[in-house]
Structure formats: C-alpha cells, structure tokens
Design a binder for this molecule. Structure first.
Ligand SMILES: Nc1ncnc2c1ncn2[C@@H]1O[C@H](COP(=O)(O)OP(=O)(O)OP(=O)(O)O)[C@@H](O)[C@H]1O
Ligand SMILES: [Mg+2]
Length: 244
C-alpha cells in the first residue's frame, strides 16, 4: 500500500453508481487528504448517501474508481474495506436497539482480535463521549436521538478507522445536541481520523469543514474551502435559506 502522505487518502475518480437503470451518481471526482474534515452537502436525493455507501462497499459501483491510500478498493467487499480502516456511520444511525450501549460499542470491534487495544479504544470512546459512558448498560433503543448518534459514532471508532464516513449525524436533533455532535466530530479529527461528512445542516458543516463539495442531481457542482462556500451567493441561496 502507498503511504505517501501528500497523496490523497481517498480519491473518487469518475465515480458512477446506479440503481437498476437509474444513475444516482453520475461520474464524480472527489479527494480527501489525511487529517481533513471535508463535507458533502446537497439537496435531498442529490446522491450523497449513495456516494458514502459506495465508498463503504455496501453498493456496487457502475463506473470509475475508488482509490484508498492509492489502492483500488472498489473491488473489495465491505468487510475488507472496514478492516482497511473505512467506517461508515449510516443515515439513521443503524443502532442495535435491543442491545445495550456497551454491546453496541463492542459490535464495532467484531472484526478485531487485539483484545488489549480494544479495551484501550473503549476507554478512548468513554473519554470522548462521557454521556455514553454513563449509560453503558442501558438498552440502546431507549436512548435519546443524540445519545444514539454518539453511540453510532463510538461504535464506528471501535473499528479504529482511518477514514470515517458520517451520513447526516445531526438529523432530527435539537440545535444544542447538534453542536455537541459537531464537537465530537472535531475531537475525532483531532485524534487523526480523516472525516467525510454528509450534512443537510450546511451552515454548521461548512463552518466546521476545511473543504466541502456541493452535490446536485448526482454531480459535483461546486467545491472550495468551507469559508469560501459559506460566502458563495449560490450556496447561500440554495442551502442556507437566503434569498438569491
Ligand atoms: N435503493 C434504491 N433504489 C432505487 N433508487 C434509489 C435507492 N436509493 C436511492 N435511490 C435514488 O438515488 C438518488 C440519490 O439518493 P441518495 O439517498 O443518495 O440521496 P441523498 O443525497 O442522500 O438524499 P437525502 O439528503 O434525502 O438523504 C435519489 O433519486 C433516490 O431516489
Ligand atoms: Mg442521504
């Protein structure tokens, strides 16, 4: 595997994904460098979730390439991509509602057998997410939405990801809880994890991201630094609820 730090950790080149005959992702290019927090914003149905699922391996691609650390990983099944360090926190969180918080977290480490390191990672998650630690033995289905989102992120961290894909972590959460989630995402980035964040909450996503891509109808239509896109009149009109 290439480890050149100046080459992208993740590169999508002409990526296409289709459902039956319908193309949902129509040849997109996207790059993600180590240590970055990059967001992907766009309206409902733009193809954001489809893109994340294609990277994680739960969807087959119809064209183009997905390069991870220089390697064509689109040929690998999802579990192999997870072992290589790509973890997805799916839309809707994918919590096991009947399991306890602790059991949910440990599910994230199911493919690992380095017991001591797993315990270290559990401790790291407890430090990062104190609210989760307080509720280890609670059934996950009885947690609040924000707590469930934290458990979903914690579970993904238990796989020791290098690349974390977050699909709308703020969905359905109150503003204060959303801020808390964004703080958690920032601390994950500080720990050295590269993050690709899909968000409807464009304002916060752009504020927190180094760079961002705007997706419309399966294509990338704009890219730039978070700050640039925040002041871009087209972005402001389309995603930040301002009159054009
Ligand atoms: N399983 C599926 N079968 C057929 N079409 C699908 C399927 N999943 C998604 N699509 C279609 O693909 C397109 C992109 O959907 P996708 O879920 O990737 O959008 P999104 O940007 O994540 O939207 P949202 O912001 O609402 O989550 C949409 O037109 C959607 O209807
Ligand atoms: Mg989606």
């Amino acid at each position: 595997m290439h480890t050149n730090p100046s080459s992208p950790l993740l590169q999508l080149a002409g990526l296409k994904v289709a459902y039956g005959g319908i193309q949902a992702v129509k040849g997109i290019d996207l790059e993600l460098y180590r240590g970055e927090l990059v967001s992907l914003i766009g309206a409902n149905g733009a193809g954001k979730t489809t893109t994340l699922n294609a990277i994680a391996g739960s969807l087959r691609i119809a064209g183009g390439e997905i390069l991870y650390a220089g390697e064509k990983i689109h040929v690998f099944p999802a579990h192999k991509r997870l072992r290589r360090g790509i973890a997805l926190v799916p839309e809707g969180r994918g919590i096991f509602t009947r399991l306890t918080v602790e059991e949910n977290l440990r599910m994230g480490a199911y493919s690992r057998n380095d017991k001591a390191a797993i315990e270290q990672d559990m401790e790291r998650v407890y430090t990062m997410l104190p609210r989760v630690k307080e509720r280890l033995h609670q059934t996950a289905g009885t947690l609040s939405g924000g707590e469930q989102q934290m458990v979903a992120i914690g579970r993904a961290l238990l796989s020791r990801p290098k690349l974390l894909l977050l699909d709308e972590p703020s969905m359905g959460l109150a503003p204060l809880v959303v801020e808390k989630i964004f703080e958690v995402v920032q601390s994950v980035v500080k720990e050295g994890v590269t993050v690709l964040l899909v968000e409807q909450n464009a304002n916060l996503a752009l504020e927190f991201s180094q760079r961002a891509y705007v997706m419309e109808s399966g294509k990338i239509t704009l890219t730039g630094s978070g700050a640039e896109l925040l002041t871009n009149p087209k972005v402001r009109a389309a995603y930040l609820g301002e009159a054009a």
